[in-house]
Design a protein around this ligand. Structure first.
Ligand SMILES: *[C@@H]1O[C@H](CO)[C@@H](O)[C@H](O)[C@H]1NC(C)=O
Ligand SMILES: *[C@@H]1O[C@H](CO)[C@@H](O)[C@H](O)[C@H]1NC(C)=O
Ligand SMILES: *[C@@H]1O[C@H](CO)[C@@H](O)[C@H](O)[C@H]1NC(C)=O
Ligand SMILES: *[C@@H]1O[C@H](CO)[C@@H](O)[C@H](O)[C@H]1NC(C)=O
Ligand SMILES: *[C@@H]1O[C@H](CO)[C@@H](O)[C@H](O)[C@H]1NC(C)=O
Ligand SMILES: *[C@@H]1O[C@H](CO)[C@@H](O)[C@H](O)[C@H]1NC(C)=O
Length: 258
């Protein structure tokens, strides 16, 4: 916002000087050809730099994550007006067979090793992206690390996709704090959940995919999920559920059970 309202003026604070300096560098910024003032918010740029520095990236997918205007970086979408980072798209390429994302995959008689997956750890600095609405880290390889609990701190998140990314252990209940969430896709990881109570606050959830997550101990799954009144689509295959309701007609569920 500061950057957008920047006009030459006799007022000279050090932060204004900084902004003048960075906007003069913007001629090297390829997505800002019309010499708009710099959009990226410095604290958010630093958060993204931290995210990058803790990720492994053998194929150099984040090579554009340099320079001042983080809004130009590939996979980063900022609000055109406020400059806040709204979306992060870092889905890996789905190059395996049958839509699986694997580092090693077979084509014909050959095993191909893909270096396209991001790995490493997710920096807690990302929670400084206060306005984040969309986060897709699917199809990467987080090396059987757990989903960080701080992912639950985003207060504006609408879309979260952590599917097929080699996440391990119990789903952090803090994800239940994402009260604005509409899409939650956690399928095909090595996750489990002993109770689905954490889902009960996600009143706006329209799409939920927890296929392949180990939840036989979550005996509360049915009352919790039937209470998610916004739900339009539900995937719970291969969850080892053994407490299916006797009469599926009782399902006050519009969702597609798959
Ligand atoms: C993440 O990166 C920071 C430097 O940006 C470093 O100090 C820290 O040790 C890294 N953490 C992990 C888990 O790699
Ligand atoms: C923001 O700007 C980009 C590039 O100029 C444009 O493609 C996009 O439609 C704009 N978005 C909005 C919401 O105005
Ligand atoms: C792999 O298959 C190709 C034909 O698809 C064949 O020419 C090649 O000899 C095979 N290689 C091995 C190691 O079997
Ligand atoms: C989440 O990501 C996976 C793998 O990249 C993709 O197949 C799936 O369609 C995505 N889910 C949603 C709800 O967009
Ligand atoms: C989630 O909300 C609970 C209260 O409902 C709070 O104690 C907890 O700190 C929150 N966690 C995060 C990660 O925001
Ligand atoms: C369903 O939601 C209502 C309203 O939020 C709540 O009072 C009730 O306890 C919930 N029931 C279950 C089984 O979660």
């Amino acid at each position: 916002m500061k950057a957008l309202t920047l006009v030459p003026s006799s007022f000279s604070s050090s932060s204004l000087c900084f902004l003048v300096l960075v906007s003069s560098l913007c001629s090297i910024c390829f997505c800002n050809q019309n010499s708009d003032p710099l959009l990226c918010i410095p604290t958010e740029r630093l958060a993204l730099m931290d995210l990058k520095s803790n990720l492994t990236d053998p194929a150099n997918r984040l090579s554009s994550w340099v320079g001042k205007d983080c809004c130009c970086w590939s996979g980063v979408v900022c609000d055109n007006f406020t400059g806040h980072v709204h979306e992060i798209h870092l889905r890996g390429p789905d190059n395996g067979i049958h839509g699986h994302c694997h580092r090693n995959y077979l084509t014909g008689n050959q095993t191909i090793t893909s270096n396209q997956m991001l790995g490493g750890t997710i920096s807690p600095s990302v929670i400084k992206l206060l306005q984040l609405r969309y986060l897709d880290l699917s199809c990467n390889d987080f090396l059987l690390g757990s989903i960080p609990a701080f992912i639950g701190s985003f207060q504006n998140l609408i879309y979260l996709n952590l599917s097929k990314s080699y996440f391990f252990l119990e789903i952090p209940h803090q994800l239940g704090n994402l009260s604005t969430l509409r899409v939650l896709d956690l399928h095909s990881n090595y996750l489990d959940s002993k109770s689905l109570k954490w889902l009960e606050n996600l009143k706006g959830l329209q799409y939920l995919d927890m296929s392949g997550i180990y939840i036989p101990e979550a005996s509360d799954w049915f009352p919790v999920i039937s209470n998610l009144t916004s739900l339009l689509e539900l995937h719970l295959s291969d969850c080892l559920l053994d407490q299916l309701p006797n009469n599926p007609q009782q399902l006050a569920l519009r969702p597609l059970l798959s």
